[in-house]
Write a protein that binds this ligand. Structure first.
Ligand code: DP6
Length: 352
């Protein structure tokens, strides 16, 4: 038996991890170097919108490079295999055993494709956690959660905020001394009860594939005429949001959330080339939500990711009225009346 073979405590096994997607309130938009954000962002992890990833690992003494198969919903997916290959190159230094184990990866999402729910956040966080767990089984070393977040970031920026439940901050900001551009930190101990049970109903305005990926959108920020202004705006919003989340100020929350969502789309429209991802029905929903809030004084607002679908956010205490409003006034703007009711969740778990 060669020495490498005897080093490993476990030579084969199986691990299954469930990890959530997240929705950002202050948006990460623009990056430099290897997935370093140009501004800090804050999000919360979702409860029902999750990726479930299973990895079978098997030591192979004759192997000297990555050897893996990736299946999404039981079908081999070459596009994602290529992304994972790039990811493995970036993270190989954390997991030297990666080139000596054959991996069979299976992944599944609880939410539909192109639903406006970030699948790269849930899938790369699930992968980072799974590999960290396998690392512990093989070597006996535990990988600290900040490093797990850093590893997830190297797959997809927003994935670093999905390795914990609740509210998370990614990116350096003076107000939070332990914040970092390399990994996200959990800020649940700074959250007022008003935001601890926040609800997110996702309205599927269109299920078509996005015309422009987030990766291209981030690149277009590099020479964007409003780049410096955007960085300033995001930093101001982070400072205000950290206070708002502490004090439970719903009006301030609504103002920041909607301004961030529309600024993100404004940046897309004013980039070169400019593009629009919002659809007429996305704007119909904006108008309806604002009218409803005004008329009934219910603290409901919207946020939007890089697509036309709308996230309706509201406190748990207003669930009944808001879901009724969605049913009577907003589903008409959705593709096939599709709405996914989700809420803040507790983060990744190992499943059997
Ligand atoms: C609009 O994390 O998907 O959802 O780092 O290139 O994988 P990559 O981008 P990604 O960008 C997410 C952008 C966003 C805002 C956010 O989640 O903060």
């Amino acid at each position: 038996m060669d020495s490498k073979e005897t080093e490993y405590k476990s030579k084969s096994g199986k691990i299954k991890i469930q990890s959530p997607s997240n929705i950002a309130i202050v948006k990460y938009w623009g990056k430099k170097d290897i997935q370093i954000p140009v501004n800090p962002s804050i999000s919360f992890s979702l409860k029902n919108s999750v990726t479930k990833t299973t990895i079978d690992y098997q030591f192979n003494k004759d192997q000297s490079d990555f050897d893996f198969i990736f299946r999404f919903q039981n079908n081999r997916n070459k596009t994602f295999e290529e992304k994972i290959h790039q990811f493995f190159i970036r993270i190989n230094s954390f997991f030297p055993w990666l080139t000596q184990f054959k991996l069979n990866i299976n992944s599944d999402n609880t939410f539909p494709h192109s639903s406006g729910i970030a699948s790269s956040a849930s899938s790369f966080s699930a992968l980072a956690i799974s590999l960290s767990e396998i690392h512990q089984k093989i070597t006996g070393e535990k990988i600290q959660s900040e490093l797990v977040s850093e590893i997830a970031r190297l797959g997809s920026g927003s994935a670093c905020r999905s390795v914990y439940g609740g509210w998370n901050l990614w990116g350096q900001t003076e107000q939070s001394p332990n914040s970092s551009n390399k990994f996200a930190v959990n800020i649940n101990n700074q959250i007022h009860p008003a935001f601890q049970n926040i609800q997110d109903s996702i309205l599927l305005v269109s299920s078509d594939k996005k015309a422009i990926s987030s990766t291209v959108g981030h690149q277009l920020m590099e020479n964007h005429p409003y780049k410096q202004g955007r960085i300033q705006q995001a930093n101001n919003n982070i400072n205000t949001l950290i206070d708002t989340l502490k004090t439970g100020d719903l009006n301030s929350f609504i103002e920041i959330t909607e301004s961030e969502a529309l600024s993100l789309h404004g940046l897309m429209m004013s980039s070169s080339p400019g593009y629009t991802l919002l659809l007429p029905n996305s704007l119909n929903i904006v108008q309806q939500i604002r009218e409803f809030r005004e008329q009934y004084n219910i603290p409901v607002c919207f946020t939007i990711d890089a697509g036309p679908n709308m996230h309706v956010l509201y406190p748990e205490s207003n669930k009944k009225e808001v879901q009724e409003f969605i049913q009577t006034k907003l589903v008409r703007y959705c593709d096939n009346a599709q709405v996914i009711h989700d809420e803040i969740g507790e983060g990744p778990v190992a499943i059997s």
